[in-house]
Design a protein around this ligand. Sequence first.
Ligand code: APR
Ligand code: ZN
Ligand code: ZN
Length: 369
Amino acid sequence: MKSRAAVAWEAGKPLQIEEVDVAGPKQGEVLLRMVATGVCHTDAFTLSGDDPEGIFPSILGHEGGAVVEEIGPGVTTLKPGDHVIPLYTPECGQCKFCKSGKTNLCQAIRATQGKGLMPDGTSRFSLNGKTIFHYMGTSTFSEYTVVPEIAVAKINKAAPLDKVCLLGCGVTTGIGAVLNTAKVEPGATVAIFGLGGIGLSAIQGAVMAKAGRIIAVDINEDKFEMARLLGATDFINPKKYDAPIQDVIVDLTDGGVDYSFECIGNVNLMRAALECCHKGWGESVIVGVAGAGQEISTRPFQLVTGRVWRGTAFGGVKGRSQLPGYVDQYMSGDIKLDDFVTHTMGLEDINKAFDLMHEGKSIRSVVLF
Ligand code: APR
Ligand code: ZN
Ligand code: ZN
């Protein structure tokens, strides 16, 4: 079938709207009709050419809200008409990782997904006979896309897809980092570095965990108002201090925070986030994605004296079993998404979403099909 899609032909060039061909779903796959998709930094990172694993031409996008259009042979858990969120971190329930009970990093289709292909090693996208590759196993910048059954979370039909699409990446990542990865307990003191979509979501997670003090850190003070509305209690602009920001936070918190979250992707701030943690127990979680080839550093004594450094992907959330619950929490008002959608646009204007993101003007742009 034909589908309108934004194609990334090559690195560093704007996306181009095309009528691509989409082949039907094969064994264990489903065809989705996209209703809405968020635009995330990871899409921009890949499009920029800095992502060493980027493949072109491809159809980017991984924050989708969609409806199942058709199911392939062998699919048992989905049917046409189901409302879903595609998962770049699938959940097969069978692999060593899924069975470990310790991680959400299912590896069932990792190899082919990384090559821009479906699990059988081929692509469903083409244009004039030329192969176009999948991206993150989701390719949500297309009106129609094919995904493996294990990479689909079935959600409440009453949920607005143009909002809950954000649970496909950024918001879930931020909330999950706090609730799943760090397991912040009531009364804890928390510092959040970076108040974009991810950091603001981490603030929501800290509020849900009933943290006592939530310190919001950003160099752009325009971000403080939204952080305050979501429940942050303290606001720090590192530019206003001469001392290293970790020292400022340690002073402010009688020895350091219980938990910190780096939601920017800056390796210097990852160090600051670790070092602002309390001696003996403070834990820092890396949520932001640093540039290719970058490295983190600190003195090992920081860890010897009881601080813990961790990382998280998709907030440690298992997509098929746990994401539907996040959608229900949005429906009951416990998770806020509406204010995160600062801009909406049609697919033809998708490049504007990238501009807004680079200019720091949006929390999230949502493309409506
Ligand atoms: N110190 C403090 N805050 C900073 C600094 C700094 N040196 N540099 C940037 N920031 C702030 C920005 O002002 C912005 O508010 O960090 C925030 C980042 O927000 P966004 O750019 O909107 O990014 P977001 O979508 O939240 O993602 C953050 O997570 O998924 C990854 O790739 C993504 O690495 C990125 C990170
Ligand atoms: Zn993302
Ligand atoms: Zn698995």
